[in-house]
Ligand binder design. Structure first.
Ligand SMILES: NC(=O)c1ccc[n+]([C@@H]2O[C@H](COP(=O)([O-])OP(=O)(O)OC[C@H]3O[C@@H](n4cnc5c(N)ncnc54)[C@H](OP(=O)(O)O)[C@@H]3O)[C@@H](O)[C@H]2O)c1
Length: 236
């Protein structure tokens, strides 16, 4: 379902929401990932978080923490099997990749996750991507286009682009949110601008989107099929 507000396409939520899920959170020790965990728990879901250093996360009711990395298939398998009889229904990913040449942290993690999802019959994955990835590149600010093509940022974006291609080639129901600049502000209404972010103007995405809003979008995407197999640019 979609409506036009000004020159922006707003996707309206659909009704088929999944309640009482178990969400596998990848990147749960990071700034956005922590908010994804809180958002999912607040909505009554259970969460399994696969993280490298469990001491960085506080224990919470409904949260199962598994030590490991998404770069290691056996660690992902442990996370899927962490709670007997309660396989995750959906996966969220809020990983960062180092800005070094040839980095494939996010791509490898997604390759491993897709394989595990297929083994376990799990179809939904919602990933934090970035405005500037794929078809949205021409519509980000000139400054960001320069950074993405000429600075060490390009390594991170190459990894994001590979994730985009990897998910599109797979059979899973993915949602890639191409988020504008991330901020520490509170959760606020979100604009969904379409896959290429066209129409935001020359200051495209500079106002940004709060990590809390992104976390809510990721949990929304895990619950609903509204954005399945799409890559919306999002901003507040
Ligand atoms: N900054 C922006 O304005 C902006 C805008 C749009 C999109 N983004 C995207 O948002 C993402 C960053 O989100 P964030 O700021 O919430 O991230 P963050 O706080 O830096 O957290 C990154 C997460 O990735 C994990 N990680 C990093 N390297 C890893 C590795 N080699 N193996 C396993 N896990 C690893 C970290 O785990 P540890 O705790 O174990 O290190 C942590 O959980 C990036 O993909 C970025 O491109 C950023």
């Amino acid at each position: 379902m979609a409506a036009t507000v000004g020159n922006k396409i707003c996707i309206l939520p659909q009704r088929n929401i999944i309640f009482n899920m178990r969400v596998l959170v990848i990147g749960g020790s990071g700034q956005t990932g922590r908010l994804v965990i809180d958002e999912a728990l607040q909505r009554g879901h259970k969460v399994t978080a696969l993280i490298r250093d469990p001491s960085t996360l506080l224990a919470k009711e409904g949260l199962t923490i598994v030590k490991g990395t998404p770069l290691e298939p056996s660690d992902i398998e442990s996370a899927f099997n962490a709670v007997q009889g309660d396989i995750p229904n959906a996966v969220t990913v809020t990983l960062a990749s180092p800005q070094v040449k040839g980095t494939r942290v996010m791509t490898i993690a997604h390759e491993n996750l897709i394989a595990a999802m297929e083994r376990h019959g799990v179809s939904k994955i919602a990933t934090l991507s970035s405005f500037g990835v794929g078809s949205s590149f021409p519509n980000i600010t000139v400054l960001m286009r320069f950074a993405i093509s000429r600075t060490s940022f390009r390594h991170l974006f190459e990894d994001h682009n590979q994730v985009d291609e990897t998910l599109k080639k797979s059979g899973v129901k993915f949602v890639l949110f191409r988020a504008a600049r991330l901020t520490g502000a509170k959760k606020a209404p979100v604009q969904f601008i379409g896959d290429d972010g066209k129409g935001l103007g020359i200051f495209a995405g500079l106002g940004g989107i709060s990590r809390a809003s992104v976390a809510a979008c990721l949990v929304d995407a895990a619950e609903k099929n509204t954005w399945d197999r799409s890559t919306p640019v999002i901003t507040n």
